[in-house]
Design a binder for this molecule. Structure first.
Ligand code: PHE
Length: 338
């Protein structure tokens, strides 16, 4: 019987070495230690053992059983541990990986340029005024010295809502709205959206303008030149060349268009400036007495200057943007550059 018990131990050990799953190991436990297992059948032979040897055999059988039982528990624990290790290894978090970036919103280039321009005029004592984008014909045209059949209306093709209501074609109507409400001195700028039925690489049906108006006693064309030159040097740099060219607007007299030296070719002549070396940048002039009449200002007592500029045009020249449509396409590769 001793031999049988020792063989049981060896066999079971041997089988355990080959077993890798929980199920296989439990099967070994049942096979050797189970109620109908090998140990039970060996112990059935206890009756044939000499009585004086029986206690020793019983003890040995118990030792074998306990030892095997402990071995099996240990092997099971080993498998559980290596399973856990494997899982931990698989789930390992690499804390050295760079984090996922959070996309951060930015101000639109048009907003940036508007803020910059408004900031420059604010530093000169101008305050901000606003008016509606859906505007009465009266403010957009009539009060600005463009009667219904005035040929100057052709200068600005217009989106009409009704006969008397339209999408404003410029920010100049804000001049009228401000002067109707306020006596001089007036020093305002009016940024906002304007609309014209035009669309190509340099024209958009909606774009932004900033209007400026300065009315007081003794305002001269020299003030206009000084103010606009100061402004343009701030935006394009101290070295920028500026010229005032006679022009015509129904609501200013005299009128001037203001050009800067081409920022692309420094005046040598290129495609952007049409070989002229100059870029037209804004419209301006001394407020026409007819406009003062419309708002009840005495043109003998007050004079003033006004100007209007296109924000997209300035942003395009400033950043070297060749197509105005980029501003409204919402392509993040474009917007992220500002
Ligand atoms: N409103 C004019 C335009 O849109 C610009 C301008 C404004 C000209 C004020 C003179 C004075 O073209």
């Amino acid at each position: 019987m001793r031999g049988q018990l020792e063989k049981l131990q060896r066999d079971a050990e041997e089988e355990l070495r080959g077993a890798v799953t929980d199920e296989a190991i439990q099967a070994i436990r049942t096979k050797y230690l189970g109620r109908k297992g090998v140990l039970t059948s060996i112990l059935r032979g206890l009756g044939g053992v000499a009585p004086e040897e029986r206690p020793a055999m019983g003890q040995l059988a118990n030792q074998v059983k306990d030892a095997l039982s402990l071995r099996i528990d240990a092997v099971l624990a080993g498998i559980a541990a290596s399973k856990k290790d494997g899982k931990l290894l698989q789930e390992r978090v690499d804390v050295t990986l760079p984090g996922r970036g959070i996309a951060c919103g930015k101000l639109h280039p048009i907003t940036l340029v508007m803020q910059e321009i408004c900031g420059i005029f604010a530093s000169l004592g101008f305050s901000i005024a606003e008016g509606p984008e859906v505007e009465l014909d009266y403010y957009n045209f009539e009060a600005l010295n463009m009667a219904k059949d005035h040929p100057s209306r052709d200068m600005q093709a217009t989106f009409y809502v009704t006969e008397n209501l339209l999408l404003r074609t410029h920010t100049s109507p804000v001049q009228i709205r401000v002067m109707e409400k306020q006596k001089p001195p007036v020093r305002v700028i009016a940024p906002g959206k304007v609309y014209r039925p035009d669309a190509d690489i340099s024209h958009s049906p909606m774009f932004h303008q900033i209007e400026g108006l300065y009315v007081d006693k003794g305002v001269t064309f020299g003030d206009l030149k000084g103010t606009l030159t100061f402004f343009l040097k701030h935006v394009f740099g101290d070295e920028i060349g500026v010229r005032f060219r006679p022009s015509f607007f129904p609501f200013t007299e005299p009128s001037a268009e203001v050009d800067i030296r081409c920022v692309m070719c420094s005046g040598k002549g290129c495609r952007v400036c049409g070989q002229s070396g100059w870029l037209e940048i804004l419209g301006s002039g001394m407020v026409d007495p007819e406009v003062f009449k419309a708002v009840g200002y005495d043109s003998e007592e007050y004079t003033g200057f006004a100007f209007g500029l296109g924000v997209e045009r300035i942003a395009m020249l400033r950043y070297g943007i060749s197509d105005i449509r980029l501003f409204t396409e919402n392509d993040r590769r474009f917007l992220e550059q500002f």
